[in-house]
Write a protein that binds this ligand. Structure first.
Ligand code: TXE
Length: 495
């Protein structure tokens, strides 16, 4: 079965290449999919360009676009089990987490379906003084969408839904490791009745299938979620044609616990903040900042939770978290932990792969706690994107804020305290795109998601996540046109 979706047709790559997708929990073959090369992506861009330029989607009324997105949400909900199953096999995440992901994906489509009808335009000058001036918002054009492997379809939905709601066409390239659910989404878009050429899918490596989306002059904007190094590369490539760019590049997120916090809640959530999905979450609370007076109690209790977390495959009902995405990624995480220990961090638990037949063929890594860390250490500054918690201490509110901001990233952070004045002060002072007070992880599709500093450019979700996909245009109309007399030889010009 052909897996690239170009101009409304399922096709194979021009060079006939394929790639195996394997479940990271046990190495089992999930699928063999077609692999696009640069020329396939260029073909998909041409299809998206034509579909945008002839107006087959942008001229559809906002109401109809919204209705189609609702239909897509309903079909995604109908196919929850199939999608969750495919997501679990590609990523190794537990099926229960994949089901939660599908619910969030459905919510994302419903949110942007509602926004399709919300015209951001406004009248600037109603015409009473002889001119009528309005600002209208138009689709950006052809969008290049590049997505990663940790929440494959969720991250795709944060881009596809607003792109379609605003009337754009797109080419999407999911991570080469996790293509299955994006293929399913394309089938659903087709079933929902999206015109041919509006949605296009290419599969393959970043360098070959993805890079043209940042480089090609016929792509008007590129939206990328992934690592900061690739993000810089995408931004540099996009600068050649001065494309609009939206980037979500991860974080190194502080989770700050003051001594007056509800410690039962704070400690339990400190473990979830970092060990959910084995730490492969851009907003993972991987930096624990603890007030010095409660350091021992908090760390002992977090270590006790971490040491008991049960690892297992996606369909193991006893498992509490799953495998890392690949053995290469596990090697990266292991290297990060080794560097931390060499720099003086104290290993409190984990620090290796689990042993046993259930783990031998996977990419598992034990939940790890590194105590005695400081901001000068690479483990505090670099994203491990694995199940690794670093612990630092502070003695004052000002120090907690200073440490929480001592990072090149700025995606998310949390503060735990029973003093609501302090909670507000810390929340205001932290330079991160999302701040939780006495909680960790929840997000809302209605609220903007994205980062300060090197966590990215622009926002997803919320109103700003829709605004990324439109261009404002000012239309000025003179209701009583007359010669201005600025130039020329008429009498009134000669003083
Ligand atoms: O991501 P890449 P990788 C972080 C995390 C992880 C690191 C590297 O720290 O360890 O990034 O992960 C495509 N032009 N995050 O290497 O390379 C690629 O094919 C265009 C945080 O897996 O950023 C994939 O589709 N596209 C993150 C996508 O970019 C290119 C989630 C992301 O891959 C490309 C994942 C190129 N030149 C990793 N090169 C988050 N923000 O949540 C690669 N790609």
């Amino acid at each position: 079965m052909a897996d690239l979706f170009i101009d409304g047709e399922w096709v194979s790559g021009a060079k006939g290449l394929t790639r195996e997708v394997r479940c990271p929990a046990d190495g089992a073959l999930v699928a063999t999919v077609d692999e696009a090369t640069r020329e396939d992506t260029e073909r998909a861009i041409r299809a998206a360009r034509k579909a945008f330029d002839d107006g087959r989607w942008s001229s559809v009324s906002a109401t109809e676009r919204g209705k189609l997105l609702i239909r897509v949400a309903d079909l995604l909900e109908r196919d929850t089990e199939v999608i969750a199953h495919a997501e679990s096999l590609d990523t190794g995440k537990r099926i229960i987490e994949a089901r939660y992901d599908v619910a969030d994906i459905v919510s994302s489509f419903r949110w942007f379906a509602g926004l399709a009808n919300t015209n951001l335009g406004r009248v600037v000058d109603p015409g009473t003084t002889g001119t009528f001036s309005r600002v209208v918002y138009e689709p950006v054009g052809v969008c290049g969408l590049i997505t990663p492997w940790n929440y494959p379809l969720l991250q795709a939905s944060w881009k596809v839904a607003p792109a379609l709601a605003a009337g754009n066409t797109f080419v999407i390239k999911p991570s080469e490791m996790t293509p299955s659910t994006t293929i399913l989404l394309m089938r659903i878009l087709q079933e929902a009745g999206l015109p041919d050429g509006v949605a296009n899918l290419v599969l393959g490596s970043g360098a070959e299938a993805g890079a043209p989306l940042a480089e090609h002059p016929d792509v008007d904007m590129v939206s990328f979620t992934g690592g900061v190094i690739t993000g810089r590369r995408v931004m540099a490539a996009a600068s050649v044609t001065v494309k609009k760019v939206a980037l979500e590049l991860g974080g190194k997120n502080p989770n700050i616990i003051f001594a007056d916090a509800d410690l039962d809640a704070a400690i339990d959530n400190a473990a979830t903040a970092v060990f959910l999905h084995s730490g492969q979450v851009c907003s993972a609370g991987a930096r624990l900042l603890v007030e010095e007076s409660i350091h021992d109690e908090v760390v002992d209790r977090v270590v006790a939770i971490a040491s008991k977390i049960r690892l297992g495959g996606p369909f193991d009902p006893a498992a509490e978290t799953g495998s890392l995405i690949s053995r290469d990624h596990r090697s990266k995480v292991a290297g990060y932990v080794e560097r931390a220990l060499a720099e003086g961090a104290v290993l409190r638990c984990g620090g290796s792969a689990p042993v046993g037949p259930a783990f031998d063929d996977g990419a598992f890594y034990l939940p790890t706690v590194l105590d005695g860390c400081t901001t000068t250490m690479s483990c505090v500054q670099d994203e491990s994107f694995g199940p690794v918690l670093t612990v630092e201490t502070f003695t004052s509110e000002a120090e907690a804020i200073r440490l929480g901001n001592d990072t090149i990233y700025g995606l998310a952070g949390a503060v735990w305290t029973s003093d609501m004045g302090r909670a507000a002060r810390v929340a205001n002072a932290l330079r991160h795109g999302t701040i939780w007070i006495n909680d960790y992880h929840p997000y809302r599709p209605q609220a903007e998601w994205g980062g300060f500093k090197q966590s990215g450019v622009g926002r997803e979700l919320g109103l700003a996540g829709f605004a990324e996909y439109v261009e404002p245009k000012h239309i000025y109309e003179n209701l009583q046109p007359a010669a201005s007399g600025w130039f020329g030889e008429s009498e009134q010009n000669i003083t």
